[in-house]
Design a protein around this ligand. Structure first.
Ligand code: ATP
Ligand code: MG
Length: 608
């Protein structure tokens, strides 16, 4: 349900400066924009604080009947400052936009690249929806906050110093009156920012729950309707939606109290200063009217940077969890990757110092695959394969059969190095496969899964997914081999038919045929087919069988299937049960053996 918030975040924690420095490190390429923006912040604060002073001088000049040229010059100065103000605002908005867009782009790019490199085990524990929000909302949140934080930090700090100093210079007694309320202002602001941070976090958390309920409500609608569960679903939705209303209301009330309180506190300082200053003027001493007005404007503006700085720090805390998640993803090293030794062999082979035919300098051809004493578990307390030994010779087709959950897919995943053995090793031509390049191995395999994934795009593009340079003739030939050509030509645009997201406009059997054609086109050394034709009708499967047999000739193939027709012609059938090979041999030999295979045959295959 709460896929969007698997980590409980400490909303009141301190700002993790090391983390933010690292995030800022990703913006190195936009250093120029960052400095321009920070300089813009400093200049803006100075210009903004000069405006009240010029106003005060102008008023005094008019009241004191100063020369026209002085009044004109002050008017020109005021206009000049106002124009500079606009130009600086334009300048830093452009620079902030450049920094935010660039940083978001770089963070997205780096996180996507890391996701492409990470091993399958990572995706077993991180739900897809959660990862998608890391790539989208987290990157956006962190990147859009960074420029405004830097800007407000420079602007706010400069403003506080210049305006504070300005007030003390104009009249230190009045200045101290205004500054006296600053500690109260800071305390109240921190108190409310914490409250606002907590309620907005709760709002976001509830919002992601709401999204999940929406999502399940829509995707599971068929099941809901078939079980008449609509009233319960509406009730569940009502509960989450009500919490969202409550938290939003709380946040609005807190905001509505916070702003008037802060304004009143700063107003008190201004009031005291106005009172003291006014009495002084009445007594004919102290400030001129113009300077008192300038001072009053400073006093009013003084609360602004305090409020803005507090808001930015609270934004930073609010986005800290997002920053941690992005940095955590970027720091995560892929567990299944080429070792340093393999990488140096690839470099040596590229430089022509090794003479094997594969990119890592080893043999290109796969002659034999050996699982030696392989044990594997997804979770240490639940072993899936135990001490498995399996040798596959060149040209051999082996079939894995057995009850659900026996470990067949796991064996195939280990062979493909989607996962690696926890104990023991898998040897290719006598060499442990971790000593070979991952890319070489995986590009030598043609893998077809039970639920193949098709990408949005045409049928032709999907078949040529791994071989983008393939010609239309090659694509068609692959489709003909797996009996997919006929159904493809009957589609509205034939090979140019758009398959939809995940192949949603095709039936499961049609998707499997396209995935098979994709594997055939890649012309791999080894075929791994996990229930590759389970959704295809038996008639078509017989045809495919004939087409594929010619292709499998001379290659290693590992076929997992529940249907007898698919495994019957294999050179060797292995019965996998409870993570062990309990029986193996040819179809005929196993039937005669009166063991597990025969029992399976009777129970599952008798009808085919
Ligand atoms: N990603 C995973 N994380 C944790 N456990 C898993 C994972 N994949 C499989 N398992 C567990 O490993 C065991 C073997 O699963 P596997 O998918 O290899 O079985 P199978 O023989 O292919 O079954 P089926 O015939 O249903 O496809 C099962 O108990 C399953 O629950
Ligand atoms: Mg399976």
């Amino acid at each position: 349900m709460s896929q969007g918030t698997p980590h409980v975040e400490d909303v009141l924690g301190t700002v993790d400066r090391r983390l933010w420095r690292r995030i800022l490190g990703h913006a190195r390429a936009y250093k120029g924009a960052a400095y321009a923006m920070m300089a813009g912040g400093v200049i803006l604060a100075i210009v903004e604080s000069l405006l009240p002073l010029v106003t005060g001088l102008l008023i005094d000049a008019v009241i004191g009947e100063a020369s026209t040229s002085r009044i004109t010059w002050l008017g020109v100065a005021y206009a000049g400052l106002s124009v500079s103000f606009c130009v600086i605002v334009w300048w830093f908005i452009v620079a902030a936009g450049k920094l935010a867009t660039g940083l978001a782009h770089d963070l997205r790019q780096a996180s996507f690249q890391r996701l492409q490199e990470l091993e399958f085990a990572y995706f077993d524990v991180q739900p897809a929806g959660w990862l998608v929000s890391r790539l989208t909302s987290d990157c956006r949140k962190v990147a859009s906050l960074m420029p405004w934080f830097l800007l407000d930090l420079c602007w706010g700090a400069t403003f506080l110093v210049v305006v504070g100093g300005g007030m003390l210079l104009i009249d230190w007694v009045l200045g101290l009156c205004v500054l006296a309320v600053v500690p109260v202002l800071v305390l109240v602001t921190i108190f409310f920012q914490r409250k606002l941070l907590r309620s907005s976090r709760l709002m976001r958390k509830t919002n992601s729950e709401l999204t999940a309920v929406y999502n399940e409500g829509i995707t599971g609608l068929w099941t809901t309707k078939s079980l008449s569960r609509e009233p319960e679903n509406i009730g569940e939705f009502q509960t989450v939606s009500q919490s969202m209303c409550n938290y939003s209301m709380r946040n609005s009330i807190e905001t509505s109290i916070f702003l008037p309180i802060v304004t009143s506190i700063s107003g008190m300082g201004v009031g005291i200063a106005l009172w003291v200053g006014g009495v002084q003027i009445q007594d004919g001493e102290g400030l001129s009217i113009g300077m008192l007005i300038a001072f009053m404007q400073y006093a009013v503006l003084f609360a602004m940077p305090v409020r803005e700085l507090a808001a930015r720090i609270s934004d930073l805390k609010g986005a800290q969890a997002a920053a941690e998640r992005i940095q955590g993803l970027l720091d995560r090293e892929p567990e299944i990757a080429d070792s340093e030794e393999v990488k140096s062999r690839i470099t040596a082979a590229a430089a022509g110092q090794r003479h094997g035919s594969a990119a890592d300098g080893g043999d290109h051809r796969i002659e034999a695959i050996d699982f030696r004493d392989v044990s594997f578990w997804y979770k240490p307390e639940e072993p899936v394969l135990e001490h498995l030994d399996l040798s596959i010779a060149a040209g051999e087709t082996i079939a894995l059969v057995g009850p659900t959950g026996g470990g067949k897919t796991t064996i195939a995943s280990l062979l493909c190095r989607f996962y690696e053995p926890c104990e023991g090793g898998i040897f290719i031509n006598g060499i442990e496969y971790r000593k070979r390049s991952l890319h070489w191995l995986q590009s030598s395999l043609g893998i077809v899964l039970q639920h193949p994934h098709l990408f949005s795009g045409t049928v032709a593009r999907n078949i040529a997914y791994g071989q983008p340079e393939a010609t239309m003739e090659q694509i068609e030939a692959a489709a003909r081999t797996v009996e997919a050509h006929d159904f493809i030509t009957q589609l509205a645009d034939g090979y140019e038919f758009e398959v939809g997201e995940g192949g949603s406009r095709l039936s499961m059997g049609q998707r499997q045929l396209i995935a098979l054609a994709r594997a055939v086109l890649a012309d791999p050394q080894v075929f791994v087919m996990d229930e590759a034709t389970s959704s295809v009708d038996t008639e078509t499967e017989h045809h495919i069988q004939r087409g594929i047999e010619a292709i499998l000739e001379g290659r290693i193939a590992v076929v997992i299937a529940h249907r007898l027709s698919t495994v019957r012609s294999a050179d060797r059938i292995l019965v996998i049960q409870g993570g062990k090979i309990v029986e193996q041999g040819s179809h005929e030999a196993l039937l005669k053996a009166d063991g597990a295979y025969q029992a399976l045959y009777r129970r599952h295959f008798a009808g085919s």
